[in-house]
Ligand binder design. Sequence first.
Ligand SMILES: [Zn+2]
Length: 335
Amino acid sequence: MDKDITLKDLEDGASDVIAYINDYEQQKQLTLALIFLKALAQLTQEQATDGIPIEKIEFSAVEIRDRMEQISEKTIRGERDPGGYIGRRFQGLDKHLKGSLEIQNIVKKNEHRFVARPHKKEGGGSGNKTYYRLVLNKVESEAVSDEEKHPVPADGLRYEATHSLPPWWTRWIHEKNIRSWKLALFLMVILFPAVVVMLVGFLPLLAFVHPPLALTAASWIGMLILPAIVVFLLACPFYRVIDKRVAMAPDWVNFFQFHEFLMEFRPDRDESGKIRNRQIHFVKYKGQCPVCSGRVHIQRGWWQFPGRLVGRCWENPAEHVFSFDHVTRTGKPLR
Ligand SMILES: [Zn+2]
């Protein structure tokens, strides 16, 4: 650690970590590793505020476990071996934080100098306990925030994902990997309806050749038409999101625009940035209209902007129209 680090820096670093976890908590349930980090950050922040010398601000596994129990309001396992148990949470955390720029972005936004990382001081020999502490590192310059990577275009706007969770009846698919569904969806959206349409087209020919047979066939095919339509309508949005990476969520999620959720087929990257998997995310965006400060909502482009999603201002939906890019989360004026 740098010599010029002050107690205030440590306090700031701890508060940035807490801010990150609070943000995370709005979207997902905290893992035990993150509860560990929150406990460590809270304890650090409290002692730094009390003016305890920096080198003494460190905590044993038991102290951290007790705070984790307070945070999660339940008993944390590992009464018999808190050291080993807490150690495993620390390892899980290391994996979680590697390559994550989110804490750095918070540090930069708050104009703090250092980013805090959890650190384990192994106790060597008998009687020397293992301690955990937050250490501060200089903010890395390559930690580019989204704002710098994708600046807002002229007269455009930035969209922000809200923290709202999709309705409970979509949870079975939210953040699930559906790549393997592609074939099944293809069958449901393209092949099954196509076969039914072909069979319908086949009927006049059959009626010409053998009228009584055509009548029987017609009733059988008639029974297939309704299921074909239902299957097509249900599967279509999912096929579309795999194909286009983003789509409006189906009406059984959105209640005909009432909820405004989009579906995204988000890449899940490993540490080297390679895409391991893709998952469905239900997500809602909002933006502020650069013309009138009204709220901008994402909608289908319909016939005016075919195949696109657009941002429309509620104050003037016909004229204040913007493009929508779910990757850069920015929009340009379209009118
Ligand atoms: Zn507007």
